[in-house]
Design a protein around this ligand. Structure first.
Ligand code: DSN
Length: 487
């Protein structure tokens, strides 16, 4: 048991959780044993692999158990105290608790706990900004059509009806997210979009270049935040840029909300005091249930409150209850220890790669993620991801800036420290993880496919995957997932 654990409540807590899961699985087994089997196997697989996907974590048994209740059966469209369904008094209690914890934790004037995911949270935020800032007579005329039926000409008309509003966000290949104005995403269709990137030499955000793009493009929305940028953002600077051009600053802190909650990112690096609207998921570094959350200033609160039914289906009451539990956990002092360890461990992982001559985008990290350029091993991201998986190391391939292999094969592997930090890994273990990753990749070779060189096929030198998996298992056994929980 460590102070960074999601189940750091002691042996009695672990034993009680174990009994709860044993009973739950017996009940599931009596109806569909294959689901019970897959559930047991999923735990075994997660226990026996180095989970390094930067957007994943391990929620506590309290958070997980809260999701498995009869709150799931309740419809509750509307807001606290103002529902379109009867008998929502208990949903009101848990939703109010989730938003109260969120406001207190992040120091936000307003919170909305209904989004089912990060994409939903971003859509709620975009519509709230449009609804608050733009008058759009005639929108209903096109809004009556299903969104998938809209042709590019319809989108042009729709954008015209909205006054041709513009969005400036970080490009996908430099670490931004699909929902930050990527053309094939609805955020790139609702708005005229432009993307800012990073400095090609350093890989860092160039604030002067963002300011220049904002002055020229004059966006309604400036989006800051990332899914694969291994550095911190100065949100005070982003707000200055937004204010200069009259834009609304929206920050998507899905990846680093845990570092904000744990006070690793403070001052200019804390988005909440600087952004007009802040969105997040709750299941990444924040270590809660799978879902979304929107924080906003009072100006945007009335429009965000209309997220359901504008963008969202009925709120997931059981998940809102679990958000309340997770946010209560994140307000405990132990969570600050955890968040600091997440940052320290990512640093140790990056240092471990650098000292073994592996190329990193930006040369390192100062958040929770590390982006390894696997062209230094002569591999594509796809080959590297598969070879690591064969060796018990779970990662995801990711584009690097100006990626020569595109978004499918990619040239990068993204690593994150939140999950293994929850298991109790420290900096020594993360250095060892870097050593194991380098051992796999330096013993992996691209292989030819039936029609010549392949970006997917590879071979690993004999015995390497087995040796690395055994070494990984030693680290994992020393830092058990959900210790005391037997199924
Ligand atoms: N899928 C999430 C991630 O892995 O970063 C972002 O939506």
């Amino acid at each position: 048991m460590t102070s960074t654990s999601a189940s750091g409540q002691g042996a009695e807590y672990a034993a009680t959780a174990s009994e709860a899961y044993q009973a739950a699985l017996r009940v599931i087994e009596s109806v569909e044993p294959r689901v019970a089997d897959a559930t047991r196997k999923e735990l075994a697989d997660q226990r026996d692999s180095l989970k390094l996907i930067a957007s994943e974590n391990y929620a506590s048994p309290a958070v997980l158990l809260t999701m498995g209740t009869w709150f799931s059966d309740k419809y509750a469209e509307g807001t606290v105290g103002h529902r379109f369904y009867a008998a929502c008094q208990n949903v009101d209690t848990v939703e109010a608790l989730a938003t109260e914890h969120a406001r207190e934790l992040f120091g936000a004037p307003y919170a909305y706990a209904q989004p089912h995911s990060g994409i939903d949270a971003n859509l709620v935020a975009y519509w709230a900004i449009l609804a608050t800032k733009v008058e759009a007579p005639g929108l209903a005329e096109l809004g009556a059509k299903h969104v998938n039926d809209l042709s590019e000409a319809d989108w042009e008309k729709l954008r015209a009806k909205l006054g041709n509003q513009r969005l400036l966000g970080m490009s996908l290949d430099t670490g931004g997210h699909l929902t930050h104005g990527f053309r094939p995403n609805i955020s790139g269709k609702m708005f005229h979009q432009r993307q800012y990137g990073t400095n090609p030499e350093t890989g860092f955000i160039d604030y002067d270049a963002v300011a220049a793009a904002a002055r020229e493009f004059k966006p309604l929305v400036l989006v800051a935040g990332y899914s694969a940028y291994p550095r911190r953002i100065n949100f005070a600077k982003m707000r200055e840029i937004a204010d200069e051009v009259g834009a609304t600053l929206m920050v998507d802190m899905a990846h680093f909300a845990g570092l904000v909650a744990g006070k690793v990112f403070t001052g200019d690096e804390d988005p909440v005091p600087h952004a007009h609207v802040t969105t997040t998921t709750t299941h990444k570094s924040l270590r809660g249930p799978r879902g979304g959350l929107v924080l906003a200033t009072e100006e945007f609160a009335p429009a965000v409150d209309k997220g359901c039914p504008m963008v969202l289906g009925g709120p997931l009451s059981h998940v809102m209850a679990a958000k309340a539990v997770a946010l209560a956990e994140a307000r405990q002092p132990e969570f600050r220890t955890y968040a600091q360890a997440v940052a320290d461990n990512a640093q140790a992982l990056a240092d471990g790669f650098v000292k073994r001559d592996a190329g990193l985008v930006t040369g390192g990290t100062d958040n929770h993620l590390v982006l390894l350029d696997v062209t230094s091993f002569g591999l594509t991201g796809r080959q590297a991801e598969s070879a690591l998986l064969d060796s018990g190391i779970v990662t995801n391939r990711n584009a690097i800036p100006a990626d020569p292999n595109g978004a499918w094969y990619t040239s990068g592997i993204r690593f994150g420290s939140p999950a293994l930090t929850t298991r109790g890994f420290g900096t020594d273990e993360f250095d060892r993880v870097a050593e194991l990753v380098v051992e796999v990749l330096s013993n992996t070779q691209p292989a030819a496919g039936p029609n010549g060189p392949s970006k997917a096929k590879y071979t690993i030198a004999d015995g390497v995957a087995e040796r690395v998996h055994a070494a990984a298992s030693e680290l994992l056994d020393a830092n058990p997932l959900y210790p005391g929980l037997t199924l």
